[in-house]
Design a protein around this ligand. Structure first.
Ligand code: FAQ
Length: 311
């Protein structure tokens, strides 16, 4: 890239201007955005699977309707994000193919199973909670279409987080057995939720450049700390215990000290060896293969229309 163009681009970023799809941008900026927005979109789509698992077994009709709406919202988020990525010159089909052949990732969190109804509460409370913590600052990200998609997504995510907390509240105030289920869900989802923010800042390969370009607003560790500080009092209110013996209030930093997640487990999940990686990819591959006739039909129809117009 031409140094003068790069300098002018950085000056626009530093001045807080939004970059729009037709504006000049460095190749690296475009590539990073396609990676991040694409992976974010894939996470929303794959993220439907752990919760979809409980739609048929929700305990009441009301809970079922709420969960159904939430899972549909995730599909919608995936679609806005694919649209935002498409403005960068990549098609949704290409993105999907990259997910299916392993060139693109999705969030590590969705490789963990949802074993009980309380897990649906924990996913809403912790997973959507972590997602919002990361996405609220992304409303100010430098790329216009991504930033605008985030505004709507964040509104819906806060409803999702509240519904999760509401399930946890019911379970935590329920019978002894329900309370045990709620605690067990917290025990299993705590560290995987902390991993959602990505590796430590020291290990984060993309952070420095992404923050300079204001693609990312906060660092991985910064957001993780904010999430812990927000969540500890919420767990207390539920009467549940965060599974970390090292959790202590640090007066100097006005925040909680906490144990790091097991990063070996994190990198192992990223390599495809988490508890549900295989199952998730199988489900997405099946959906893609089962939909082939629809894509073929649409293409044939478009081709027929085009031929008729030419004739
Ligand atoms: N999982 O250099 P960094 C949701 C990868 S919310 C998998 O720090 P970066 C809502 C990273 O891609 C979840 N991979 O990377 C919902 C990179 O590998 P690469 C989605 C991860 O990009 C709730 C490598 O590690 N949210 O879906 C993870 O600067 C409930 C090095 O890492 C977003 O995607 C991970 N947790 O920072 C839906 C938010 N962490 O690509 C349904 C947007 C890192 O070079 C139900 N994304 N990696 O092969 C971001 O903010 C950033 O991409 C981070 C990672 C913070 C995730």
């Amino acid at each position: 890239d031409d140094p003068a163009l790069l300098a002018a681009f950085q000056a626009r970023i530093d001045a807080g201007e939004k970059i729009e799809p037709k504006d000049w941008m460095p190749q690296g900026y475009r590539k990073t955005l396609i990676r991040q927005i694409g992976q974010h979109a894939h996470s929303e789509i794959v993220g439907q699977l752990p919760e979809g698992n409980w739609i048929t077994r929700a305990p009441t009709l009301e809970r079922k309707a709420i969960l159904l709406a939430k899972v549909q919202d995730e599909a919608g988020h995936g679609l806005y994000l694919y649209c935002a990525a498409e403005t960068l010159g990549v098609s949704r089909d290409e993105l999907t193919e990259m997910l299916l052949d392993g060139r693109m990732k999705y969030s590590s969190i969705f490789n963990y199973p949802t074993l009980t109804w309380a897990d649906i509460g924990a996913v809403g409370w912790l997973v959507d909670g972590a997602a919002i913590m990361n996405q609220v600052p992304l409303q100010r990200t430098s790329f216009g279409p991504y930033s605008r998609a985030m505004i709507r997504i964040c509104k819906e995510e806060s409803f999702h987080q509240r519904q999760g907390y509401d399930i946890m509240m019911k379970m935590a105030q329920g019978t002894e057995a329900q309370k045990r289920m709620a605690q067990d869900a917290l025990n299993r989802f705590w560290y995987p939720s902390l991993m959602m923010f990505g590796p430590s800042d020291a290990e984060s390969v993309h952070s420095a450049q992404s923050m300079a370009w204001k693609i990312k607003i906060d660092s991985n560790d910064g957001l993780r700390q904010k999430f812990v500080d927000q969540t500890v009092p919420q767990a207390k209110y539920l009467g549940l215990t965060i599974p970390d013996d090292n959790l202590t209030w640090n007066e100097d930093k006005q925040g909680w000290d906490f144990s790091e997640p097991d990063w070996t487990e994190f990198f192992n999940v990223l390599k495809g060896n988490g508890p549900c990686n295989h199952e998730r990819m199988e489900a997405r591959n099946k959906a893609w293969d089962d939909g082939a006739w629809v894509r073929d039909g649409l293409l044939a129809h478009a081709e027929k229309k085009r031929a008729a117009r030419v004739a």
